[in-house]
Design a binder for this molecule. Structure first.
Ligand code: CTP
Ligand code: MG
Length: 390
């Protein structure tokens, strides 16, 4: 890769370039250091999106547009990669900064170009991939999110604005090279964004799914939100443990499967110790307390509720925070009944309950060699470990 760039060979047919504009002063955030150079999760804000672009093998070059006075300093913030080039931007206008980025590519134009704000560190390979796929059939593409808040125009009197059909457009905004190059040739400084320059020309523009984490750091309070959304760990682990005693009955329920036995587990509803342990493991991974905090038996809506509701609620809490269940490992401690014949059904029921592939769930069982309360057949214990991934 390095030698190809230095040889100034042409871009391959399917290759794109990225432009990351980082020449602004961040006046709304304030302070002495522009926001794109602040540290976020241990690295400069700017570096996050440059790294995301470099991870995508369709991006053959990344042009970083930096303040002209601090080019060397910015080089030190970026990965030492031959695909990264730094050029000077304009302190007064983003449009001018983008223009400088495009000019840097003009000698050896790529087929597609992605123009991105350095102030949006939450860029992912998936977003880039979706934009490049969209460009197969469009002149331009950009990630967008529906507007969910009520909209008003403030002034002497407050006026409601119709929200239907309105979207918030983020970056990267992706273009066929000739389309954006032509648009910039006649661009003025008044453009809202890069997309605005091509909209009027009748170009075909496609919107791809936006992301909360693609937020732009603009005001001081955005730094803390970005830290939570973007820089929190990509993996989280949790463990859970539960015990239920026996009472007279004819089956125990474990991982949603009724296993015939001469006793049942004591507790409201199904007393599924395995899913209770798993629910606790997920809550533990999220540092959200335990099953008793979320589903107090004193609350009528949870009294006697089936364990699948607890489990699915915990999975939803994970999803809401941007995590999915990477895998779960459950161990049942029971002298009797024999678990082995039911393991496969338990695994599948658990995977289905969490909407994950079956191979993401393991169910194991052991006796305790007749020792302790499990060995005396006073009850059953279950433990679970879960890994959450972003
Ligand atoms: N940008 C740029 N050159 C400019 C202005 C902005 O390269 N003359 C870049 C910023 O560095 C940022 C992105 O464009 O990554 C989006 O702009 P914005 O959020 O408005 O950043 P600033 O202009 O730096 O902030 P402010 O408007 O608060 O001063
Ligand atoms: Mg600005």
């Amino acid at each position: 890769m390095a030698s190809r760039m230095h040889n100034h060979e042409a871009f391959k047919a399917d290759e794109a370039a990225g432009i990351v504009v980082a020449a602004g002063s961040g006046s709304r955030l304030g302070g002495h250091v522009p926001k794109q150079f602040h540290m976020l999760g241990g690295k400069p804000v700017l570096r996050w999106s440059v790294e995301a672009m470099l991870r995508c093998n369709k991006i053959a070059e990344v042009v970083v547009v930096a303040p002209s006075g601090s080019m060397a300093e910015i080089a030190g913030m970026l990965p030492a990669d031959a695909r990264v080039r730094i050029v000077a931007g304009s302190p007064v206008s983003r449009t001018e900064s983008v223009r400088n980025g495009l000019a840097a590519l003009a000698g050896r134009p790529p087929r597609h170009v992605l123009i991105h704000d350095a102030a949006r560190p939450g860029l992912s390979a998936a977003v880039i991939e979706e934009l490049l796929v969209a460009l197969e059939d469009a002149d331009a593409a950009a990630p967008a999110l529906p507007v969910t808040d009520a909209l008003k125009r403030s002034g002497p009197t407050l006026q409601s604005v119709e929200r239907d059909g309105l979207v918030r457009v983020q970056t990267p905004q992706a273009f066929r090279w000739d389309v954006i190059n032509r648009a910039y040739a006649s661009a003025t400084d008044a453009a809202v964004d890069d997309l605005a320059l091509v909209e009027a020309s009748g170009a075909k523009v496609v919107l791809t799914p936006g992301r909360a984490e693609l937020m732009k750091i603009t005001y001081p309070e955005d730094l803390a939100v970005a830290e939570k959304l973007i820089a929190s760990p990509a993996l989280r682990v949790g463990s859970g443990f539960d015990v239920h005693g026996f009472e007279p009955g004819d089956a125990v329920v474990l991982c949603g499967i009724a296993i015939p036995h001469t006793k049942k587990l004591e507790g409201h509803s199904d007393a599924d110790a395995a899913w209770h342990a798993l629910t606790d493991a997920i809550l533990g991974a999220l540092a959200l307390g335990d099953i008793g905090d979320h589903f107090p038996p004193s609350d009528p809506q949870w009294k006697g509720a089936a364990s699948i509701r607890f489990l699915q609620h915990a999975v939803k809490l994970a999803h809401d925070r941007g995590y999915h269940i990477a895998n779960a490992d459950i161990t049942i401690l029971a002298e009797r009944p024999k678990i082995a014949p039911h393991r496969e059904a338990m695994r599948i029921a658990t995977a289905e309950a969490m909407s994950v592939p079956a191979d993401a769930v393991s169910v194991k069982a052991t006796t305790t060699e007749k020792l302790g309360f499990v060995g005396r057949e006073e009850g059953i214990a279950a433990q679970a470990t879960v890994l959450l991934s972003r």
